[in-house]
Design a protein around this ligand. Structure first.
Ligand SMILES: Nc1nc2c(ncn2[C@@H]2O[C@H](COP(=O)(O)OP(=O)(O)OP(=O)(O)O)[C@@H](O)[C@H]2O)c(=O)[nH]1
Ligand SMILES: [Mg+2]
Length: 431
């Protein structure tokens, strides 16, 4: 990465808008800024109204420009922000101008990358930023902001420090006399490692919940053909998205829709009814139903009569209850699309199950695929330290040290360029 370059990008969304924000970052941008505002001096963090002109003295646009001097800026370098009118012709003209001043367009996530290398953010903050830019619901926004504002960094840093301390004491047991070390240090570090292991394990349990928070909660409607899955799906999403008919095997592909339930993003899927079929297309549809079941956080199993087995991890719905006289089973939800009954109970049950899954996750760290793998690595090293412990502190220290390295990678304190590059490339341009 060449950090000497001056980079720029459109930081606001592309397309027509009232205001567009062009961000520029580099070393020593004072002169460039004064050129933009047509002055020989400037005050930092001051909004200048400028008739921004190109080198032929043609007006590019009337803009506001602000200078943030290093290190007090998003990237830690000198940063200029230009607020222009949001028209593509204006943006193109500003970009042309900047190219003429030895600036180049930024790569995806390059601003954040510079912020990272200038110690403005650690990798968990960047993870939070990525999640915030993707947030669609209020819960997602809250969770992302917790990561972005350093909540997760604190937890990880604390874990890592404890691991480094344990590993240092374990190594010291070999090198120092018992009398020179704190009393019962061997027992204490073993206990501490066990407590840490449990804390890490608890937070990984929240991964399922964090994933649901970030990517949406996957709820799938399954059941035999013709029981009314598509009718219920339409009812829940509030529109006639899926085709309903009395022909068994109407739905052949997965039909999905996103809904917002209590601030949680829900991906609701209607599926092909499960039955033995010789029809090639229907068979593919049924295979897809099984794929959806694999991905599901919650299954709504639809029947028309009480099944032999009621699974506790599914919501069991008896639809077409308008055709039933006995509706006394307390373990199922009776619905009828025809008479519009039972849907308030169904929705409340779904919400309750979602809240159960989210559990205490909201107070825990937010985990994504990257941090999940590294946390699992740390857990396995701590387990190795404890399980393989036979009085040999050398090996114990090594395992705990490796666990601290895994946490260091989460924070980006220990980086491999692949980890950093993979993280930044998930950001959009201008961030
Ligand atoms: N009486 C009654 N009929 C219903 C009810 N819900 C759905 N139906 C009817 O049952 C038939 C099948 O409904 P669908 O929603 O297409 O059923 P499905 O489970 O999606 O069927 P496949 O896509 O073939 O698997 C349609 O004729 C619906 O009008 C209900 O609550 N009561
Ligand atoms: Mg259907």
């Amino acid at each position: 990465m060449n950090t000497q370059d001056t980079i720029f990008a459109l930081s606001s969304a592309p397309g027509k808008s009232g205001v567009a924000v062009v961000r520029i970052s580099g070393n020593d941008l004072s002169k460039l800024f004064e050129r933009i505002i047509n002055k020989n001096e400037h005050i930092v963090r001051h909004a200048y109204y400028t008739n921004f002109k190109d080198d032929n003295n043609d007006l590019i646009d009337q803009c506001i420009a602000i200078f943030f001097s290093a290190p007090n800026s998003f990237t830690g370098e000198d940063v200029i922000e230009i607020y222009s009118h949001g028209a593509s012709a204006v943006i193109d003209k500003i970009f042309d101008f900047l190219r003429g001043y030895n600036c180049r367009i930024a790569n995806r996530g390059e601003f954040s990358q510079r912020a990272f290398y200038n110690n403005k953010m650690d990798l968990t903050d960047v993870d939070g930023l990525i999640a915030l830019l993707d947030a669609q619901t209020d819960k997602q926004r809250q969770s992302a902001l917790r990561s972005l504002t350093g909540n997760d960094s604190k937890t990880y840093t604390d874990w890592r420090n404890q691991m480094i301390e344990i590993s240092a004491y374990a190594a010291a047991i070999l090198d120092y006399d018992e009398d020179d070390l704190p009393k019962d240090i061997d027992k204490k570090i073993l206990e501490k490692t066990k407590t840490l292991l449990q804390e890490l394990k608890n937070s990984v349990d929240g991964f399922h919940a964090s994933r649901a928070l970030r990517n949406g909660f996957n709820i799938v409607l399954i059941g035999e053909t013709n029981v009314g899955k598509s009718s219920i799906f339409n009812k829940l999403v509030g529109s006639n998205r899926a085709i309903v008919s009395d022909i068994a095997g109407t739905t052949r592909d997965v039909v999905s829709s996103q809904i917002d339930l209590d601030g949680y993003l829900v991906n609701l899927s209607d599926t092909a009814g499960i039955r033995e079929s010789n029809d090639i297309i229907e068979k593919i549809g049924i295979e897809r139903t099984h794929d959806e079941i694999e991905k599901a956080d919650l299954i709504i199993h639809v029947y028309n009569n009480i099944p032999e087995i009621i699974k506790s991890d599914e919501i069991t719905v008896i639809n077409k209850s308008d055709l039933l006289t006995d509706k006394s089973n307390k373990n199922v939800i009776y619905t009828s699309v025809n008479t519009d009954t039972g849907f308030d109970i169904l929705l409340n049950t779904i919400k309750q199950k979602m809240h159960e899954l989210m559990g205490n996750s909201e107070s825990k760290i937010t985990i994504n695929e990257r941090t999940y793998e590294l946390l699992k690595e740390a857990i396995s090293e701590l387990e190795n330290a404890i399980n393989k412990y036979d009085g040999n502190y050398d090996i114990f220290a090594e395992h705990v040290h490796r666990a601290s390295d895994a946490i260091g990678k989460i924070l980006g304190v220990i980086t491999t360029s692949e980890i950093a590059d993979a993280t930044f490339s998930r950001l959009c341009l201008g961030k």
